[in-house]
Write a protein that binds this ligand. Structure first.
Ligand SMILES: [Cu+2]
Length: 260
C-alpha cells in the first residue's frame, strides 16, 4: 500500500514538473519565434564587402508640383495654397530618390536614423515630407500644432493602396507607431482632417539603402558578395531596377536615368 502511495506521489510530482516546464518553455520559444519573424534581417559582420555608387539623373521636363487650395485651418497652415509632390532636380540630378538592394537577409549594422525616424506635424505639414524608416521599428509621430490631425498611412501597391493605420491625434501630443508593410516598402502619409497634407516614407527591410542628395549621388557600402536587384524609387517620378553582381572588395558604379 505504501509503495503504491509513493508511486502515485512520484507520478504526481512528475506531472507537476512537466506542467511547470511547459509553462516556462513554450511561451519563451513562441516569443523568440515571433521576434525572428518580425525582423528577418540579421546583423552579421561583413569583411571586405563590395560597394555600389552612382548618380540618379532626370532628363526632360520636370513635373510641376500640384497646387492645392487651403480651406481648413488656414491660420495654422499660414497660407492659401500648398504645393505638394515637389520634385527637386538640380541640373539633371534627381534628389530625394531612395536607391536600395531588395531582399538582403544578412549583413552590416543598421544606420542611425535622424531623430529615430520621427515624423512631425507642424504648420499642418508632415516634416520631413519624405524619409526612410526601418521595418519592425516603432516611430514617434508628434503633433506640434494647436489643432487635431488624423494621420492616415497607406502601403502603396502599384496603383492600389492598403491602409496601415488611421489615427486621430490631438494637439501637442505624441504617439508611437509601426509601419507594417507587407508587399512594398512604399508608404503614403495623408491627414484625414487636412486634404493638403501629404508625405512619403520608405520602409527599409535592410540597411542597404541610400538617399540621393542635391547632386543625385548615392552610395551603398559593406555589401556581401552576391547577385542583387538594385532599385531606385522616387515618390513622384517612379521606380526602376536592375540586376547587379558584386564580388568581395569590388567597387561598382551604376547610374539610373529617368526621362520624361
Ligand atoms: Cu491634419
Amino acid at each position: 500500500m505504501r509503495k503504491k502511495g509513493m508511486k502515485h506521489t512520484l507520478r504526481f510530482l512528475l506531472f507537476l514538473l512537466t506542467i511547470i516546464s511547459l509553462l516556462f518553455v513554450i511561451p519563451s520559444s513562441w516569443t523568440a519565434q515571433s521576434a525572428t519573424k518580425a525582423k528577418t534581417y540579421k546583423v552579421k559582420p561583413v569583411k571586405n564587402g563590395a560597394a555600389i555608387s552612382g548618380t540618379v539623373f532626370f532628363k526632360g521636363q520636370v513635373p510641376k508640383p500640384k497646387v492645392l487650395t487651403i480651406v481648413k485651418d488656414k491660420e495654422v497652415a499660414n497660407a492659401d495654397t500648398r504645393e505638394v509632390d515637389v520634385v527637386v532636380v538640380n541640373d539633371v540630378h534627381l534628389a530625394e530618390a531612395v536607391v536600395y538592394l531588395a531582399k538582403v537577409k544578412a549583413g552590416k549594422e543598421w544606420p542611425e536614423l535622424t531623430e529615430n525616424g520621427m515624423i512631425v506635424q507642424r504648420g499642418a505639414r508632415f516634416l520631413p515630407k519624405s524619409r526612410v524608416v526601418h521595418k519592425g521599428v516603432r516611430v514617434e509621430i508628434k503633433n506640434m500644432d494647436p489643432i487635431m490631425h488624423n494621420i492616415h498611412s497607406y502601403e502603396q501597391i502599384g496603383r492600389a493602396r492598403r491602409t496601415l493605420f488611421n489615427r486621430g491625434q490631438p494637439q501637442n501630443s505624441r504617439i508611437k507607431m509601426e509601419f507594417k508593410v507587407k508587399k512594398t516598402p512604399f508608404v503614403k502619409l495623408e491627414c484625414d482632417k487636412h486634404d493638403y497634407m501629404h508625405g512619403y516614407l520608405f520602409v527599409a527591410s535592410n540597411p542597404y539603402y541610400s538617399v540621393t542628395g542635391k547632386d543625385g549621388a548615392f552610395s551603398i557600402t559593406e555589401i556581401p558578395p552576391g547577385t542583387y536587384t538594385l532599385s531606385v524609387w522616387h515618390p513622384v517620378i517612379g521606380k526602376k531596377k536592375t540586376k547587379i553582381t558584386v564580388t568581395a572588395g569590388q567597387r561598382v558604379t551604376n547610374d539610373f536615368t529617368f526621362e520624361k
